[in-house]
Design a protein around this ligand. Sequence first.
Ligand SMILES: [Zn+2]
Ligand SMILES: [Zn+2]
Length: 316
Amino acid sequence: MRSLACIGNFSILPIIRKVMGGVILFPHLLYSEKFVLQFWRCLVTLYAGLFDLSWWGYVLMALLLTHITIVSVTLFLHRAQAHLAIQFGPFLSHFFRCWLWLTTGMVTKEWVAIHRKHHGQCEMEGDPHSPIVWLRGTQSPLLRVLKMIFIWVPWRGVRLYVAESKEIDMVRYGVGTPSDCVERHLYTPYAKYGIVLMLAFDILCFGAMPGLLIWLVQIVWIPVFAAGIVNGVGHYFGYRNFESCHRKTGVVDSSTNIGPFGVLIGGEELHNNHHAHELSPKLSVKWYEFDIGWMYIRFFNFLGLVKSIRSDRMPT
Ligand SMILES: [Zn+2]
Ligand SMILES: [Zn+2]
């Protein structure tokens, strides 16, 4: 087969080599077919991802990356920022903020404000995301369960969060959240750009298709597990240790512990314990309950990465 570089008896390659050889610092590289071949292989390798894993390797990576995100949400956004139950040192605080920017597109002040309002008006009309308020018009128990599973968890919970983020009084509820120059010039105005960077990172590391799939799992993880399951299921299904209620109005809430092992959602599964002791950095109460978030807090404290912990507010 004739080379594409030859047209009739005229070969274009020597001309290209001459021109390039004059202007490129190391022209000898261009003459080497080996170099071209290596360069092409490198491109293909890059496209396939820097890490060639088996399918369970990709699953493990997706679980690891989403776990870091859920830990950032529960430790930084929830326990540290919203409830001031713990204060992290600058290294961990910046790591959590950056990771949340890369993987969720959420703004710290918005999240904190919406969550504080949830505690302030729990199960009442002003609650930003109460499944009890949402289900008031539905009488059938079966229909209520179906609505929770098929509407609230995948979609309704996150929709209520987004709607509230556009209306909430940030000055009243968002006080004390970060407002440094990184927040003002990057994390808040370019909140959605981080997840695009994460997409590029996933494709670079894991290749086009696995990278895209891992990224999609990362993107839907928080809307489903936090807005869908904690905010919804954590107020509907599960067991209660406490008759938790609003500390001022005395209105009893419907918060539940989804299960005794708080691992997959970083300890947020113990939502009834949290509503009963909202200023406690530790969410487990009974001997058989486990809060992985508290385990990480103790580990970070051991490493000297925690400034202060409100241990006086822990349930006894
Ligand atoms: Zn709640
Ligand atoms: Zn809370």
